[in-house]
Each structure stands twice: as structure tokens, then as C-alpha cells.
Design a protein around this ligand. Structure first.
Ligand code: IMP
Length: 177
């Protein structure tokens, strides 16, 4: 168990399982985009670790751009999505892969996909490490998913609880007992 800062979390997905899943996604993307040099749009803050590992396993050329939205605080999604900031390259006519740490309600990803679509990329794909399908309120198509998980709060491997816990190599789940 870990205590962050006042709640207990128990080990849920090990570092080895995460690495295997990330490598699998990277190789799938590599096969699908061979010769295409896709642009990865990484949604900060939570996706930084997932994106870094994904890049390490990716067998093809690519570009990467880090973008930011602010839509979440504490343990429940507020459903308020602010503007996507930080896209500093044109997306028009090129393949874009959105990299998300976790899709919960789907508000964030839905808003991001709408904004990206305005810029007319040739393709838009989504890679997310975790998906809480029970919580998702939009008909989103997720192309690459690491783990389908139940609707319980998790932290570690980039994901935080009130700013803490992002540095863990594994993923922990809130212990509700
Ligand atoms: P959504 O808009 O509800 O899909 O939430 C997406 C964002 O909320 C993610 O990018 C995370 O930053 C955050 N989030 C959702 N669920 C969790 C969780 O269980 N732990 C930590 N952050 C979460």
C-alpha cells in the first residue's frame, strides 16, 4: 500500500505489465504507420510517462508535440474542458495520434478530437493507456488501449491524485476499505 497524501492506494498494474502493453501499442502503431511519420499529440500532464515509453518502443520516424488542457481536479471529473494549447505545428493533411493517459468520462478527449478535426489531419487515431469504459459518456473510438479498467480512481505512471503520485513506475488503485 502507498499513502498519497491522506488516502491509501494498493498495487494494481505492475511496471512489467505496463511496459508490455506500451511496447505492444508501439509496435502496432509502427506497423500501421510505416513510412508515414505521424505526429503524436501528447496530452499533458498525465501522459508524459506513457508518451516517453511509447517513443522508446516506436520503430518508425515520428514527430511529437505536447499539448495541454485543464479539465480535472481531485477525484471526480468536472466536465469542464478548457482550450487545447500548445499545438505549434500544422496538422492539415498529416496523420495525428492523440496520446492520453486515461479516458474516464471522455469529456477531455471528445473536446480535443473536435478541436483537432477542425485542422483537417489526414487521419486521427487515439492511443490511451487506460480506459474506464463504464464511466465513458461519449461514443469515442479508441484505436490503441493498454488496459480496460473498472470505474475506480487510479494513480501512478503519470497519473496523480491532487498533484502527487505521478512518479511511480506502477499503477495503484484507490483502496476504498
Ligand atoms: P475525462 O475527461 O473524464 O475522460 O478525464 C480525463 C482526465 O482526467 C485524464 O486525462 C486524467 O488527467 C484525469 N483522470 C481521470 N480518471 C483519473 C484517475 O483515475 N486518476 C487520475 N486521473 C484521472
Amino acid at each position: 500500500m502507498v499513502k498519497v497524501p491522506d488516502r491509501y492506494f494498493r498495487p494494481y498494474i505492475s511496471s512489467e505489465e505496463i511496459q508490455q502493453a506500451v511496447e505492444h501499442i508501439a509496435l502496432e502503431i509502427g506497423r500501421a504507420f510505416e513510412g508515414e511519420c505521424p505526429l503524436f499529440l501528447v496530452i499533458l500532464n498525465g501522459s508524459f510517462m506513457f508518451a516517453a515509453d511509447l517513443m522508446r518502443y516506436l520503430p518508425i520516424d515520428c514527430e511529437i508535440c505536447f499539448v495541454k488542457v485543464k479539465s480535472y481536479s481531485g477525484m471526480s471529473s468536472m466536465g469542464v474542458v478548457e482550450e487545447l494549447i500548445g499545438i505549434d505545428v500544422p496538422l492539415r493533411n498529416r496523420p495525428v495520434i492523440v496520446v492520453e493517459d486515461i479516458v474516464d468520462t471522455g469529456h477531455t478527449l471528445n473536446a480535443i478530437l473536435n478541436q483537432i478535426a477542425h485542422q483537417q489531419p489526414s487521419q486521427i487515431r487515439v492511443a490511451c493507456l487506460l480506459h474506464k469504459a463504464e464511466a465513458t459518456q461519449y461514443p469515442l473510438h479508441l484505436d490503441y488501449v493498454g488496459f480496460e479498467i473498472p470505474n475506480k480512481f487510479v494513480l501512478g505512471y503519470g497519473l496523480d491524485y491532487d498533484g502527487l503520485g505521478r512518479n511511480y513506475n506502477e499503477i495503484y488503485q484507490l483502496d476504498e476499505d
